[in-house]
Design a protein around this ligand. Structure first.
Ligand code: IZC
Ligand code: ZN
Length: 406
């Protein structure tokens, strides 16, 4: 048996429980001062404040620092070939994201590079990104396919995710996103691509157990709300839980659909209408907000406060991808959550831990410092939670503990 006692914690801050926290509960977290956490075999056994229990295993002096659960990144496009730095000049000239895509750039240029990459190349690149994420305090994440857009290359991406989950300390949850764009070879016959997705790709992915979720980019010029419904229902029929990129640029019905389908989460929601918020509240859908993308697209910010007031649980994630957000640092996302969404540090912590875990179906295992959960913890170069949310641009990680390992 291996055990670890972390003592001399200045502040232990964590949401509580096994499911997403909504409304006023989102900001109600447990805060203990002069605290300790005791773990055995990678599991949290106990925690408290005051004098720690006598134990014989490994001890770690937290030096009065802040300790939180490991961060959970609930939305990444982790597996891709190439980068898109060539689009920066267009961005500076205000060429819109959807215009770059319509001209065959954007997602489609990453599709070209991803198809050309070998499985080993994609693995090495994503592994490096996971190492960087871990160093920034992320201990679990989601990863989407969606740059293959055919059977061979979508499955190739999903196999890379499967292998990373087995070999890397990070827990990586796979999402099938063959509905990320219509590939160029189907440009003149999009309904044939929808058939391929629903009748071939989704069943193949489900049969090989390569994904837990099915996601669609519901957006002007990409997939309509009706098409998104068809794809997500096909996914549900095969056992894939629906997620949806909704209201990122244009409000074309994605958030309404999310609530109607009871999607586990809806992503972006930058221009989410009030009816969409109501629909998500009714459907129990988690709003997975991506403020670093708003920053990078120079767009507005999702109405997070309205969502919290309406009882929609808010999660936040990086959206790490080579186009609209080449950033994997959740600490920056936390800054933006406070400054742009006007969320409190307590609400922000819940958004990047427990609610994010719930958005990827991991809330029973990670996302909070609770007895019986995985011992995924971060010791921060910070005395308290306010400091972590207030400092900007530094990496404040002191130490990351994954499954009880330092
Ligand atoms: O590669 O641009 N929004 N998908 C939907 C993305 C951004 C990723 C990309
Ligand atoms: Zn995305």
């Amino acid at each position: 048996m291996s055990s670890l006692l972390i003592h001399n914690i200045g502040m232990l801050a964590s949401p509580e429980g096994l499911e997403a926290r909504r409304g006023a509960q989102q900001g109600q977290i447990r805060v203990l001062e002069h605290a300790w956490v005791y773990t055995e075999n990678g599991e949290i056994i106990s925690y408290g404040s005051g004098t720690p229990p006598v134990s014989f295993g490994e001890k770690l002096d937290a030096g009065g620092r802040l300790v939180t659960p490991g961060l959970v990144d609930a939305h990444t496009h982790l597996i891709f070939g190439g980068w898109r730095q060539n689009e920066l000049a267009m961005k500076i000239r205000n060429v819109p994201y959807l215009e770059i895509l319509a001209a065959g750039g954007g997602i489609l240029s990453t599709v070209k590079a991803t198809r050309a990459a070998t499985e080993a190349e994609l693995f090495d690149k994503a592994e490096a990104a996971l190492n960087e994420m871990l160093a920034f305090g992320t201990t679990s994440c989601e990863a989407k396919s969606g740059y293959g857009l055919n059977e061979e290359d979508e499955l190739k991406q999903l196999r890379v995710i499967q292998k990373l989950n087995k070999t890397h300390p990070m827990d990586v949850v796979p999402t099938f996103m063959g509905a990320h764009a219509v590939p160029p070879e189907f440009k003149e016959d999009r309904s044939a691509y929808l058939d391929l997705l629903c009748e071939t790709l989704i069943p193949a992915v489900a049969k090989q157990k390569l994904a837990k979720f099915c996601d669609v980019f519901c957006e002007t010029g990409v997939f309509t709300a009706e098409e998104s419904r068809r794809i997500l229902e096909a996914g549900q029929k095969s056992g894939l839980i629906p997620k949806i990129h909704a209201d990122e640029i244009d409000p074309i019905g994605g958030s309404l659909l999310a609530g109607e389908l009871g999607a586990i989460s809806a992503e972006h929601l930058i221009v989410c209408p009030d009816e969409g918020i109501q629909s998500m509240a009714r459907g129990g859908t988690i709003a997975c907000l991506l403020p670093a993308t708003s920053f990078y697209l120079n767009s507005s910010y999702a109405p997070a406060r309205k969502m919290i007031e309406a009882g929609v649980p808010v999660a936040m994630a990086s959206d790490f991808n080579p186009g609209s957000c080449p950033c994997l640092n959740l600490q920056l996302v936390m800054n933006l959550g406070c400054l742009k969404y006007r969320m409190t540090p307590e609400e922000v912590l819940t958004a990047v831990t427990l609610n994010a875990a719930a958005a990827i179906g991991l809330a029973d295992r990670v996302g909070s410092i609770d007895r019986g959960k995985q011992a995924d913890l971060v010791l921060w170069e910070a005395p308290d939670l306010n400091y972590l949310c207030y400092r900007l641009g530094s990496n404040l990680v002191h130490r990351v503990i994954k499954k009880g390992n330092i």
